[in-house]
Design a protein around this ligand. Structure first.
Ligand SMILES: Nc1ncnc2c1ncn2[C@@H]1O[C@H](COP(=O)(O)OP(=O)(O)OP(=O)(O)O)[C@@H](O)[C@H]1O
Length: 640
């Protein structure tokens, strides 16, 4: 049979796809995906000649094989996804068990190094191990056991390494609270925020979250951020636009209400929640919030924090497209106000009030943690704003890390004992270290096994993720190849349709499946982007032309028709897909893409709206007090 020149052009898409597939990772190494039947195998098969000059003469079995290969790949991908999901579940369960064995409330202690400003460098507390601290006061020796003790020489790195596992819990869907507690000037802010040279937990955590999000191929993770401070029992939004806090009418921004829904979920009405798509943005907002934080002068610490500063990262965790809603978990990082004894700070007036307010809320926090530890039926969350805000992040299923910061100085020993007593109370008396030696060993062994299991699951999950990626590349190549060569002709050959029917199908009117497509079109676009009558007419004409071309192409009137590779592959238009779908009813590829489009977008911010509690229990602050407070606030940022 002689081959007209234009027929060779028709075959170009197939040849292009063949070439691009060969140069793709799978094409160059088709064996790397076990169990899948790559199209490259098909292409290398002797049954397919090097170049098809006319799609109509491509043997039917080649087309069937290609179709089968696509179906197999889709099946494989679905199964691999299931496998990844179950591996991820295994990893999460192992991590959860580890944290449960270690205790869902963990308490670390960090001893601050001596500072130049410390007058007498006489050691107060003496650490006698990595999990024990001994303090002597007036001949009385007090011993405190903790989950970890960081000595004076411990770096920010050393601290962060121990904090990391709890961050993973937040990514796994648990609510997490990390607190820095301690006397003024012991390094709470240094540990949480750090400096540019020695960044603390917060900036490191932000970086780590984005790092983990990029590695996690089983879920898409997105984040948003809020910062607020609790000052004298009032809440202030640290990320609110400046003007809104200064204007009288916007005072509510500075006195936010805490709302609890019927399920116990807490939301702070009107709190600014900014999306943080990357670390740079997160850092920018965080620096902004820090600058606003209220500080004032006391005789103990020249930049003493007179408030509790709370940073919340909302983690939106979304599986594959079939999951309608993202799971939301909260990661709170809290730099608590100094827990100083008021006489010592020499505080008077407002500073004294600030100190009192801080101490009251710290004591309320201690009560809540102790009640949770003892699994009491009543937990006194309502005793302070701080505990009301954290209500849904301190209870069941949540993880708490309390970092107790202490001074190394002898003169601070009294304060140090107070702080460590708080830590002891938070840890609870049922500490595992009071268990018999044998039990402790069993526990250590169990943790080791679980850690091993977690690592294995993590590695396998990574491998499966890579396999999915490869299979997806291959699948899209197969689909491209198929639609480039057979997409428009299959139905015509098997079930010829009238032109009218073709057009109806193309515009998506009569059949159910097409209705889906039509609905998608309107759903997936904002109203201003939907087609007008005129554009629909133009669209209709274009579709007629495509169908007409396809028909004449198939019926042998090929003289003036060809679809160059670029054209045949760049039709992303949904209507064009509808035509393809109709002309290829047997195939489910077009439908798959439609369904994917239909599934809700996994966007943290979209989801956030859904997750906001609807029924509210409002706790309002006294408005008179708010105004007074607003006028009298002293901030270091104001002074500067
Ligand atoms: N581990 C450390 N290494 C070096 N310097 C430290 C360390 N911890 C604290 N400092 C220094 O001690 C001083 C007081 O620390 P910081 O402001 O963090 O205390 P704080 O507990 O947050 O006080 P406040 O409750 O009053 O806000 C700072 O100058 C800080 O740089």
């Amino acid at each position: 049979m002689s081959i007209p020149a234009e027929k060779e052009q028709i075959s170009l898409p197939l040849e292009d796809a063949r070439e691009s597939l060969k140069s793709s990772p799978m094409g160059s190494n088709p064996d790397s995906l076990d169990g899948l039947s790559p199209v490259s195998e098909l292409l290398n098969s002797p049954s397919i000649p090097a170049i098809y000059t006319d799609v109509n003469v491509v043997p039917e079995h080649v087309k069937n094989e290609l179709e089968q290969s696509i179906l197999n790949l889709e099946e494989e991908i679905a199964q691999l996804r299931l496998k990844r999901r179950s591996l991820d579940k295994r990893r999460r369960e192992a991590l959860n068990k580890i944290l449960d064995i270690k205790g869902s409330i963990r308490v670390f202690c960090r001893v601050r190094p001596f500072l130049l400003t410390d007058k007498r460098r006489i050691h107060g507390p003496i650490s006698t191990g990595s999990e024990k601290i001994v303090v002597q006061l007036a001949g009385i020796r007090k011993e405190f056991e903790l989950d970890k003790v960081f000595l004076q020489q411990a770096s920010q790195d050393d601290v962060f390494v121990e904090v990391e596992p709890i961050l993973k819990s937040a990514l796994d869907g648990h609510n997490v609270c990390i607190f820095a507690y301690g006397q003024t000037g012991t390094g709470k802010t240094f540990t949480m925020d750090g400096t540019n040279e020695k960044p603390g937990i917060l900036p490191r955590a932000l970086k780590e979250l984005f790092n983990q999000a990029s590695l996690n191929n089983s879920h898409s993770l997105t984040f948003s951020m809020s910062m607020l401070e609790v000052y004298m029992g009032n809440l202030r939004d640290l990320l609110a636009p400046k003007s809104s806090c200064r204007a009288y009418g916007a005072l509510t921004r500075c006195n936010l209400n805490i709302q609890t829904d019927s399920k116990g979920l807490v939301e702070i009405e009107g709190l600014t929640d900014v999306p943080i798509p990357d670390f740079a943005t997160a850092r920018w907002w965080y620096t902004k919030g820090r600058r606003v934080r209220a500080t004032s002068w006391t005789s103990v610490n020249e930049a003493s924090s007179r408030s509790h500063c709370l940073t919340r990262i909302n983690v939106y965790r979304c599986g594959d497209a079939s999951e309608a809603k993202a799971e939301v978990s909260k990661l709170w990082m809290v730099d608590l106000g100094g827990s100083e004894r008021l006489l010592k700070t020499g505080a008077t007036g407002l500073t004294l009030d600030e100190g009192r307010a801080i101490n009251l809320s710290l004591s309320a926090l201690g009560d809540v943690i102790a009640a949770l530890r003892k699994k009491r039926s009543y937990v006194p969350y309502r005793n302070s704003k701080l505990t009301q805000i954290l209500k849904d992040s301190l209870g069941d299923g949540s993880k708490v890390l309390m970092l107790v910061l202490v001074s190394p100085c002898e003169e601070d020993t009294g304060e140090t004992i107070c702080s460590l007593s708080f830590a002891k109370r938070a840890r609870g008396v049922e500490s595992y270290r009071e268990f018999p030696e044998e039990l402790k060993k069993q526990r250590e062994k169990k943790i080791m096994l679980l850690e091993e299991e977690m690592r294995e699951a993590e590695e396998e999950c990574q491998e499966v993720g890579n396999e999915i990626q490869k299979a997806e590349i291959l699948l899209s190549e197969n689909k491209r190849l198929f639609s480039a060569n057979y997409g428009l002709i299959e139905d015509e050959v098997k079930t010829p349709m009238s032109t009218k029917e073709d057009l109806k199908e193309a515009t998506g009117t009569p059949r159910n499946s097409k209705k889906v497509i039509k609905r998608n079109l309107s759903n997936s676009q904002p109203r201003f982007m939907t087609s007008t009558v005129a554009s629909r007419q133009r669209q209709g004409a274009a579709e007629k032309e495509i169908v007409g071309r396809a028909r004449s192409f198939r019926s042998g009137a090929r003289s003036s028709i060809h679809f160059p590779a670029s054209q045949s592959l760049s039709y992303s238009d949904l209507r064009f897909k509808a035509i393809l779908q109709n002309s290829n009813r047997k195939s489910r590829y077009a439908e798959t893409s439609t369904l994917l489009r239909e599934s809700p977008k996994c966007n943290g911010l979209d989801t956030k709206l859904d997750t906001l509690p609807q029924s509210k229990m409002v706790t309002a602050s006294d408005p008179n007090f708010r105004v007074t407070l607003y006028r009298h606030r002293r901030r270091k940022s104001d002074i500067i």
